[in-house]
Each structure stands twice: as structure tokens, then as C-alpha cells.
Design a binder for this molecule. Sequence first.
Ligand code: DQA
Length: 144
Amino acid sequence: ARLLCLNGPNLNLLGRREPDKYGHDTLDTIAGRLVSMAEAAGHQLRFVQSNAEHELIDRVQRAPEDGVAFAIINPAGYTHTSIALRDALLAVRLPFIEVHLSNVHAREPFRAHSYFSDIAAGTISGLGAIGYELALTAAMQRLG
Ligand code: DQA
């Protein structure tokens, strides 16, 4: 099946962005691991990062025509603000797992609220880059 891994703003800076919170892996490193994991299991994964809310929304809107069956999403800062990205996911009924590198519940109070958690298949937060791989494992199990 086709999977989409969608990453929000500032995640392009991963590796040099607050490494104490987000780790030393770059997004490219994470992407490489995820793509080969998916391929090894006979799936296809597209990895996307954007700082622009509308680009993330456009990707989600296009998911049905792109044949995307499942998504792994780290909405980054938009986690706590984007009703519009939430609405897009509901509109196309795209099932997804929400991933955060850091533990959003152990940081500033405003990070504890997510516009995505209640509509996600599940959430992973605070496990670092491996969180993406755990999400992919769960996603592939659901896809069969
Ligand atoms: C994040 C957590 C968010 O609160 C933050 O805005 C990010 C990254 C994470 O992966 O830990 O940009 O989603």
C-alpha cells in the first residue's frame, strides 16, 4: 500500500534544532530509514516536509487520488494551532498516527493540547526518532 509521512514546520532543521529535545538525527536520516523499512515490507512510503500549512493541507486533500491508504503525521507547531489541517484529515477520512519526537506533555502547557490526537488512530510522543519507526510498524500491521 501507499503511505504518506507528513512533517510540519521547522522539522527541516532537525539535527541542529534544539538537539536536547529533538535528537541528533536529521529528517533525511529518518526519511531514509522509513522509506527502506516500508519498501522491505512491500509498501511505498512518501516522506514530505513543509513549513507551509497550505502545502500540508493540499497533500492531505490529494491523498485519495494519490492512493494513500495511511499516514504518519508530525504536525510540529501546527499540532497546537491547525483546525484547518485537522479538517482536511476529517474531510478525506485519512487514517493516521500522530508522532512527536519530544514528550509534548512534559513541556510548556500549550503543547499538551493537540488538534489531532482525538482523531488519530494513535499517538506516539517522547521517544525520539524511533517513534516514526514504531508508527510505521503499527501502520503496516493495520494495512496487513
Ligand atoms: C514536535 C512538538 C511540537 O510541540 C513542536 O512545535 C515541534 C515538534 C515534536 O516532534 O516533538 O515543532 O511536534
